[in-house]
Design a protein around this ligand. Structure first.
Ligand SMILES: [Zn+2]
Length: 295
């Protein structure tokens, strides 16, 4: 397989889920082996695990104090459509939420067309299984011949309960139909506290499934939309590796912080850890080495 970029620039505008602020995003073609690079003002931020400066409720990348919040759904759409190289110009603090899923980004990338490049795509293969997390929240990743995610979401809420889905990235269609439209979700009871902490300020029934005590306030796209969205977030966060990975990911109640920890652990296992020059130091909590050790 050859690397791909888009054919022509495309633009999208909307409001950020957490900041509540308007933003405009322009996607442009990029040369082979560039990966996905965000441009915000004068700063260029490589979409790599080392660029992550915050993973609380959303994945934020940054450099030199410039930040771009909530990159994961756009990253998932690019990975799902096999776009390797892309420049993302962001005018605003956050990638727009749109409908809370990756579907609008899939539509945008489809409208941009695709250009096959001459360099080969080089999927990553794991040397050994890796585990991150502890207690009821963990991710295991195992070497495999295909990319597959088996996810268990276990939440004590009548609308969620235990949702289990094993999804194989067999075709682009599988991503577009099974995962991309699944929306982000939040609990009505948490909204006040989240907003106080600068989160979910742009959140509404237009861009999230909002769960009240008895159930969702809006209609669901899938009966198990919640676990599908967790898979979407995992795809988006693993896309920071810059190359597809041939592995079976088995996750339980993960989140962005664990997803990013996994990405860093995968890089360490492959000896391809890299820190972009001048990148901001990560502010993620330090994880004891034993928690990341291969099993
Ligand atoms: Zn998400």
């Amino acid at each position: 397989m050859r690397q791909q970029t888009i054919r022509r620039p495309v633009t999208l505008e909307g409001v950020g889920l957490h900041s509540g602020k308007p933003a405009r995003v322009t996607l442009s073609p990029a040369p082979e082996d560039t990966g996905i690079v965000f441009r915000a003002g004068a700063d260029r931020i490589a979409a790599v695990p080392q660029s992550v400066v915050n993973s609380h409720y959303a994945t934020t990348i940054g450099r030199n104090g410039t930040r771009v919040q909530t990159v994961e759904h756009l990253m998932a759409a690019a990975a799902g459509l096999g776009i390797d190289n892309l420049e993302v110009e962001v005018d605003g603090p956050e990638i727009p939420a749109m409908d809370g899923s990756a579907k609008p980004f899939v539509t945008l990338l489809a409208a941009a067309g695709r250009n096959q490049q001459s360099a080969r795509r080089r999927p990553l293969t794991l040397p050994y299984p890796i585990r991150v997390g502890s207690g009821g929240r963990w991710i295991h990743i195992f070497p495999s011949t295909t990319f597959r995610i088996s996810y268990t979401l276990d939440v004590d809420h009548p609308a969620i309960g235990t949702q289990v889905l094993s999804w194989t990235a067999a075709t682009e269609r599988a991503f577009v139909d099974d995962v991309a439209p699944a929306r982000t979700y939040g609990f009505l009871k948490d909204l006040g506290l989240m907003r106080k902490n600068g989160l979910a300020r742009g959140g509404s029934l237009d861009n999230a499934v909002v769960l009240a005590n008895r159930g969702p306030l809006n209609g669901l796209r899938y009966r198990d939309e919640f676990v599908r969205h967790k898979i979407l977030d995992l795809i988006g966060d693993l896309a920071l590796l810059g190359r597809p990975i041939l592995a079976h990911v088995v996750a339980r109640n993960g989140g962005h912080t664990l997803n990013v920890e996994l990405g860093l652990a995968i890089q360490r296992s492959l000896g391809i850890e890299r820190r972009p020059a001048g990148a901001a130091l990560r502010v993620l909590p330090q994880v004891p080495a034993s928690g990341l050790a291969g099993i």
